[in-house]
Ligand binder design. Structure first.
Ligand code: BGC
Length: 761
């Protein structure tokens, strides 16, 4: 026993109790040992601190008022780490005022399929963008002394059967797509906690998955915080501890199961100690950060802060809204609308807005800016309004409302029509089955555009909607997502042009569900989801299959136009040290101040593995006055060029040529430069399973093979022999197996593969 070690002063029973919560939202206190309890609460859209007991409500009871910020879909579309950091800092300040030490956010899961019911809680289909914005979120929380819980680790990409489903994913795809954002956040952001997800990964629950939690998270990435289970993700306390989960939330089962497992020798006490040490460190970290905060002084959140956070929610809603389309009507783009325009508002969602998702992220907002009120504040108190449809889809009523709206639209005015997904269409806990608007809304918009060419559609939805036939005739389409409690004022700001739409799509909008990458196996079958599309997720898939999307990843218009030119790429260093500096001149070529998001995509032109056509590796937002230019400089690190080698089981930068492109979306590349990168020559170890061709091509193995078989040329010249594995060839030739083993050892001096790695070539 080490004196001074707080763990050494605890009994096994006390230690066991510390590896689980004391109630739905608190860790376990140990008064005799001076260990306090800390509180954890949701995230990520704002603070969801439950008021009162949880009981059988499964933690879904009423929560204290808090600012409801835009959902992660909106924040993802802002492409603005600074903004995301400020939003998270505001959430943290509210958490501090409520005595909450850890906010269960951000969610950095990849949007594998647009059908995932919880996509509104995630940032992007792209791991680089998710990683940068997730990191900003963690920084925002933690600089205010509130811990983050990066979730849901890992490959939790569907809600259907989410507490059992096995995500069956190859290791390269995990590293490049599903783990990469977590890796970025963990290695650069030092989150206090990581949340292990409900699902299984390749057959093993995330909470029990030692490969995930120990080998990758702790040993490879160096994570030293607490692994907390998702709420109810633990099935067996001892197995979870062995797997690397430190804290089971909420309390699950009996602490005696942990004590008994130690006594039975199936769980090492040192594993319990390790978990307890980390939980104690978390409690201490939270205590030190809270300083003199009085945990009993609730609702100390000042009116001034409440108002400034609401303004921040409005700024974020504006920043993340994406102007998908703004075609000219009568010679000029329909948007922005002048404040003297004659406007008709249509759509029940203007009066009954949907601005956040359902489930554990649901915030009790401090106020709500209703779009109709905000539009009336801009275009006049007597602005006419027609509901146009019902949110619960009552056919008879829908027909009557539609007829009235279309009649009102026949006048010479601009129609602002709010459409979107009703609450029941998407939620945590279940997946969507299609990507369409409700039929009554589709019929409404089709009849509106037939009656009046000046129709602006504003969309409210957390997951994407396919804008099929109905949108073709709509000149202006503003995707406002689930925009948080300032939804109304943000929409009025954007439509009037008081604010510029600066959002860019963080996910592709396809024409059809059938075009989506995971279409064939989402959400999965019989307990398994096979990630057969591999690394080809989102735009990576549409690009490689040449499937034109309705709106590509990275797309978004503003009220001005930009040129990007004069691209220069300087490469320095080599291998794991390679860096590139990308410089590009951005010019505002329009007549209004606006913001461009410069996107950098990298393509590997030659590789032994199938790589995406291009991948996002950098981005920068730049705001310019009309006519102004700015030289934008972006730095790329080795990861911009690397892939995860499935045999060597690590990242490699191979030598060769790469194309670096800049543009305004993944489909709108403006300039490209081809560069040569001095990578590291990787050599895949030879084995008995390596073919004659592979042996012959290897500088060490070739001569050895030639000597062993008395003249390699005869072998390799025979095209039938080239593809035969050495072991088979040796067996057929009566060559003793022991000699093959000698040859393999001689061919692989200092074999760099992991011990026990079954993968061979
Ligand atoms: C969700 C988590 C959430 C937790 C606590 C779970 O059902 O998956 O995201 O943080 O509940 O509410």
């Amino acid at each position: 026993m080490r004196t001074g070690d707080p763990v050494a002063r605890l009994t096994l029973e006390q230690k066991a109790s510390l590896t689980s919560g004391s109630d739905f939202w608190h860790t376990q206190p140990v008064e005799e040992a001076g260990v306090a309890a800390i509180m954890l609460a949701d995230g990520p859209t704002g603070l969801r601190k439950q008021a009162g007991e949880s009981g059988l409500s499964l933690g879904m009871g009423q929560s204290v008022p808090a600012t409801c910020f835009p959902t992660a879909t909106t924040l993802g579309s802002s492409w603005d780490p600074d903004l995301v950091e400020r939003v998270a800092a505001a959430i943290a300040r509210e958490a501090r005022a409520e005595g909450v030490s850890v906010v269960l956010a951000p969610g950095v899961n990849i949007k594998r399929s647009p059908l995932c019911g919880r996509n509104f809680e995630y940032l992007s289909e792209d791991p680089y963008l998710s990683g940068e914005l997730g990191l900003a979120f963690v920084r925002g929380l933690q600089t205010q002394g509130v811990g983050a819980s990066v979730k849901h680790f890992a490959a939790n990409n569907a809600e259907t059967d989410r507490m059992r489903l096995s995500a069956d994913v190859d290791e390269r795809t995990l590293h490049e797509i599903y783990l990469a954002a977590f890796e970025r956040v963990v290695t650069a952001g030092d989150p206090w906690t990581v949340m292990a997800s409900y699902n299984k990964i390749n057959g093993t629950y995330a909470t029990e998955n030692a490969w995930l939690l120990r080998d990758v998270l702790r040993d490879t990435w160096g994570f030293d915080g607490v692994v907390v289970s998702d709420w109810g993700a633990v099935h067996d306390r001892a197995a979870a501890l062995r797997g690397g989960t430190d804290l089971a939330m909420p309390p699950f089962g009996d602490d005696d199961t942990v004590v008994d497992a130690v006594h039975a020798g199936t769980l090492s006490e040192s594993v319990v100690d390790e978990a307890v040490r980390r939980v104690l460190a978390l409690v201490a970290r939270a205590g030190a950060a809270a300083g003199d905060d009085d945990p009993d002084e609730k609702n100390t959140f000042s009116e001034e802060a409440r108002l400034s956070h609401h303004e921040l929610a409005r700024e974020a809603a504006v920043a993340g809204s994406v102007l998908l389309k703004n075609d000219p009507v009568g010679g000029a783009p329909l948007l922005p609308l002048s404040e003297s325009a004659d406007v008709l508002v249509v759509g029940e969602l203007a009066r009954t807005p949907r601005f956040q998702g359902s489930g554990s992220s649901r915030v009790n907002p401090t106020q709500v800016d209703v779009p109709l009120d905000a539009l009336r504040a801009t275009w006049g108190a007597d602005l006419p309004f027609e509901p146009g449809y019902t949110l619960d889809g009552t056919p008879e009523e829908d027909r009557t409302l539609r007829a009235a709206a279309v009649e009102a639209a026949r006048a010479d005015r601009t129609v602002v029509c709010l459409l979107g997904l009703p609450e029941s269409y998407e939620s945590e806990g279940y997946d969507r089955t299609h990507l369409d608007l409700p039929p009554a809304q589709v019929e409404l918009v089709q009849e509106l555009v037939a009656a009046n060419p000046r129709v602006v559609v504003v969309l409210a939805n957390g997951g994407i909607i396919t804008p099929v036939a109905w949108s073709r005739e709509v000149p202006a389409l503003l995707e406002a997502w689930l925009a948080g409690q300032a939804v109304g004022s943000a929409i009025a700001d954007l439509l009037s042009g008081r604010a510029e739409p600066t959002g860019r799509l963080a996910e592709t909008i396809p024409f059809r569900l059938e075009d989506t990458p995971a279409y064939l196996d989402f959400p999965g079958h019989l307990g398994h989801s096979r990630y057969g599309e591999g690394v080809f997720v989102g735009y990576r898939y549409y690009d490689v299959k040449h499937i034109p999307p309705a709106y590509p990843f990275g797309h978004g218009l503003g009220y001005t136009t930009f040129a990007q030119g004069d691209l220069a790429v300087d490469v320095a260093g080599e291998g794991d040290e390679v860096r590139a500096t990308v410089s590009v001149t951005v010019t505002n070529t329009g007549s209004r101040t606006g913001t461009e998001v410069v996107q950098v995509y990298v393509s590997d032109l030659e590789s032994p593995v199938a790589r995406p056509e291009r991948e996002l590796k950098g981005f920068a937002r730049v705001t310019l006055d009309p006519g102004a230019s700015q030289r934008v400089v972006l730095e790329l690190g080795p990861r911009a060029f690397a892939y995860w080698h499935p045999v060597l089981r690590r990242w490699v930068v191979e030598p060769g040529t790469f194309t670096v492109s800049i543009g305004a979306s993944s489909a709108d590349l403006r300039r490209s430069v081809t560069v040569t990168v001095e990578g590291t020559q990787v050599r895949t170890p030879l084995s008995a399973e390596s073919t004659v061709a592979e042996w012959s091509a290897d500088p060490v193995g070739g001569p050895l093979l030639a000597r062993a078989f008395g003249g390699g040329a005869a072998l390799t010249d025979n095209p039938m022999a080239a593809e035969v594995p050495l072991g088979v060839l040796a067996g057929l030739a009566g060559f003793p197996r022991a000699n093959v083993d000698v040859l393999v050892d001689a061919a692989n001096p200092g074999d760099e593969r992991d011990e026990g790695d079954a993968a061979t070539r």
